[in-house]
Design a protein around this ligand. Structure first.
Ligand SMILES: [Cu+2]
Length: 153
């Protein structure tokens, strides 16, 4: 009888500490899941601000071309090109997207239909370079979808 009681007490003790352990594990799992959800949500909604140079140049483009033929910049000064597409997504040619690219500086940005996109780069060599859009109306061959980037030393 005494032995039996002892056994019962032991049993009660283990199941009690088991319950505590279970609670601990459960809390740990909940915190881990919440933490992961938090990280995923943060990553889904947080967008690191794009690096923007002090010198921002706004350019608009539509099927008729860019609104600027010549862009003058200073050698070694970082610039941000903010490209806006004025065309909507119903355009069959390029879907309303336009590009602004200068191969020599690996500058390349594509604006979504009726939207804006930016790229920042530093012109590291003086000279005259071609900027172009290779998405719409025959691409680079189209005489209106390009212009001159003049880097002044
Ligand atoms: Cu274009």
């Amino acid at each position: 009888m005494r032995q039996n009681n002892q056994h019962k007490r032991n049993h009660a003790l283990t199941s009690h500490s088991n319950r505590r352990l279970n609670k601990f594990v459960f809390t740990g799992i909940v915190l881990t899941v919440l933490g992961l959800a938090g990280v995923l949500l943060f990553n889904a909604f947080y967008r690191a601000p794009l690096p923007v140079a002090g010198n921002v140049i706004d350019i608009s483009a539509d099927m008729g071309g860019f609104d600027k033929d010549v862009i003058r910049v200073k050698l070694g000064d970082p610039i941000t090109i903010r490209l806006r597409s004025l065309d909507n997504s119903h355009h069959t040619d390029g879907g309303g997207k336009h590009q602004w690219a200068v191969d020599e500086f690996k500058a390349n940005v594509v604006a979504p239909p009726e939207g804006t996109a930016m790229t920042t780069f530093t012109p590291t060599k003086p000279g005259t370079y071609v900027f172009y859009c290779d998405i719409c109306c025959g691409g680079r061959a189209n005489p209106t979808m390009n212009g001159k980037l003049i880097v002044e030393g």
